[in-house]
Design a protein around this ligand. Structure first.
Ligand code: PLP
Length: 239
């Protein structure tokens, strides 16, 4: 994918976001496009930066580090890039995840990893913004808190001093028909409303939901962050 393609795809995705927002009476400015650059090279990210994109998502911590942070990366000089970590974080990668200085971690999926991130954030002298990943569908193979598990752990999560919980994230089971994702997005929003009523709205501002094939549905259900890879950077090579 060349630079022109990335710029054209970005323009198209932004237009689709704006249209989806308007048709549900929402302000398009309140929706952040996270361009998911996993498996794509730094040059693809540079093309997107040149086209005005600022927020990027990576799902492997090591890849994020090498692409965005390492001093020999061509992106090391682009201070405009904001890195979002969107994939499950293994315990032994927590320290590297914090070192990446992500603007947001979308994928805190268990108390244990939250505690480790909190500890390394404290050591680094920073407060990490995080979302809690929820498996609203109850699918067994998925990462994330179950809604009941989240209710059990939420007070412990909110008490971690170096984590700033600012919302929820979900990945519905894949189906080519985006309408089938709607009940999962709606369930995440309902959970957000419950938590906001219990613990105050400020902590639950963000809903990270929607990918290339279903972000319009997610926006109509209240997404504030959409994570879009393929529609911007093209299909990924299978590893
Ligand atoms: C890869 C990935 C995306 C982007 O998926 P596309 O279908 O390529 O848009 C979004 N969210 C997460 C968590 C991912 O791992």
């Amino acid at each position: 994918m060349n630079e022109t393609d990335v710029a054209a795809n970005l323009a198209q995705v932004r237009e689709r976001i704006a249209r989806a927002a308007r048709s549900s009476g929402r302000d398009p400015q309140k929706i952040t496009l996270v361009a998911v650059s996993k498996t794509h090279p730094a040059t693809a990210v540079q093309a997107a930066l040149a086209a005005g994109q600022r927020d990027f998502g990576e799902n492997l911590v090591e890849e994020a580090w090498n692409k965005f942070v390492a001093s020999d990366s061509p992106l090391a000089d682009w201070s405009e890039a904001l890195l979002h970590l969107i994939g499950p974080i293994q315990s032994r990668k927590a320290v590297l995840a914090v070192s990446c200085r992500p603007v947001l971690v979308h994928s805190v999926d268990r108390l244990k990893i939250a505690s480790r991130l909190d500890r390394f954030a404290a050591e680094a002298g920073l407060v990490l913004d995080v979302l809690l990943e929820v498996n609203v569908s109850g699918e067994e193979s998925k990462f994330g808190f179950t809604p009941a598990g989240l209710q059990r752990d939420v007070e412990a999560l909110l008490s971690l001093p170096n984590l700033n919980v600012s919302g929820l994230m979900t990945i519905p089971p894949y189906d080519p028909d985006p309408e089938l994702a709607r009940p999962h997005f709606a369930a995440l929003r309902a959970l957000q409303e419950t938590l906001a009523a219990q613990y105050g709205a400020a902590r639950w501002r963000h809903l990270s939901m929607g990918m290339s094939h279903d972000f319009e549905v997610a926006i109509s259900e209240g997404a504030t962050l959409v994570r879009v890879g393929t529609a911007i950077f093209g299909t990924r090579e299978l590893g």
